[in-house]
Write a protein that binds this ligand. Sequence first.
Ligand code: HEC
Ligand code: HEC
Length: 492
Amino acid sequence: MTGTRPWRILLIALLVALAGAIGGWAIFLRPVPQPATHDPIAHFNHGSIGNEAVQGLPYWIWRVLPVVFADHLPGDGEGYATVGVFWERGEELPVGFAKKTLGVIPRVAPNCAFCHQGSYRLHPDAPATLVTAGAGTRVDPQAYIRFLAAAGTDARFTSDRLMEEIRAIYDMPRWERVLYRYLLIPATRAALADQGERFAWTTTRPDWGPGRIDPFNPVKFQNLGLPDDGTIGNSDMMPLWRLAYPDISAERIVSVHWDGLLGDLHETTVAGAIGDGMTSRSYAEVDDGIRWITEFIGTQSPPPSPFSLHRETTDPFFVSVDAVEAGRSVFEAECATCHDPAGDRFRTVIPQAEVGTDRHRLDMWTQEARDRYAAYEPGYDWGFETFAKTDGYVATELTGLWLRGPYLHNGSVPTLRDMLRPPEARPRRFYRGYDLVDAENGGFVSEVGTPAERHGWAYDTALPGNGNDGHRYGTELPASTKENLLAYLKTL
Ligand code: HEC
Ligand code: HEC
């Protein structure tokens, strides 16, 4: 009566597989909420955006990579700070990294603040000050990606070598040692090597350099399954300050991103998180946090400008009240229709043919990419309604302008003074990535022959995507009028 019953074997096999899957999920994937914080800035700088399953490195591996592979990090300095992220004294992680446990393994992944963080100093020997949600002028995501890829293909990436380094800083329990040695280290190595391949197309384009990324080609090629179309999207980080615009009528589209490819702040936040590795599976869990980020960047303000009427006249950051008032009138006459939130053309798309700036970034975002992203994952409703393919660039509010340099969507114009020069007279070569404020010209110190050369990265306007043409507004004003306008712009 009791012969082997195939269905019974099948059932047992299924149960074992199920238990294995549940076990695997419990050990490696079950999200454990981060410790709660009521500090909005701490949340922005270190909160999870649900990308740990895709992008998260096991914490202890992440810790020792810069020690084992120090030679793959750019420039000098120490550890991850060499890729330009701000590391607050006493903090476990640099700004822009979140630590979150999946199953039993804490993981580290970048969040919005990885790119949306600024820093500045007013004197060369002063320490840098962090600017929350600023444009990450020093951050070099390409250097970080290349570092990880180089590590992942390096013969020194072995369990023996990494465990040796981990043991030096952490007394790991046996169960965790087994997981790291036999599973996590080999799997991480493979994942990093694979990520390097997925970014191989970047070697065929000009480098991003600090403060820039190609924001949507990675999404096009990886998430949307589009072929490499040779486009170059290199574009400057944008600060996330006061993006809510409560005074603008809800009827009117307030374009977001340099080319206005979205028309809604919350959709932009969600799209940003997808670009960084959030999935439809993790979205439900971080939904509140993502919503909260939208609110935060709607109201967060830049620090007040150091340029002031109230300084000593000999102070390099002094600006005269007469100059600022005269400059304000010039701004209202020449610039406000596009750059003031009350202006008719504010955050509308200004055709590229009119503004005349480099067109590569615009051409990177294709109609096909728009259509695919708008319908991303057919079985899942992301709520995308405002994706657009546009024909130009958007004029933003110029708050915190002293911290936005270098200027334009590709960061091709180093200072505010240069913005008021005709394109032919703007510098063709300069250094970006140094955070010393240029008191004379507005923006950051960037000239050849200054310390920017040592701290920064050489920018060449002759490379494709780096052109500094266009935006001739204000370039033909008389010299003294330009000085007044410059004084006003420095105070924004
Ligand atoms: C790897 C760097 C990087 C990360 C990480 C990143 N961003 Fe951005 N973000 C950028 C860049 C670069 C731009 C400008 C891109 C463009 O339009 O060319 C941008 C633009 C934006 C804008 C448009 C701002 C404006 O004034 O129009 C918003 C909003 C934004 N990001 C929000 C986010 C949020 C929210 C996150 C996290 C979920 C995030 N970003 C993560 C680099 C990044
Ligand atoms: C017709 C609309 C228009 C007018 C008028 C205009 N701008 Fe702009 N401005 C733009 C657009 C569009 C961009 C973005 C172009 C790009 O990045 O390719 C821009 C970008 C800028 C930037 C760079 C911002 C950043 O974050 O890098 C500055 C600075 C600026 N404008 C200053 C001015 C000043 C000063 C005036 C007046 C003398 C002025 N603009 C007049 C449309 C305008």
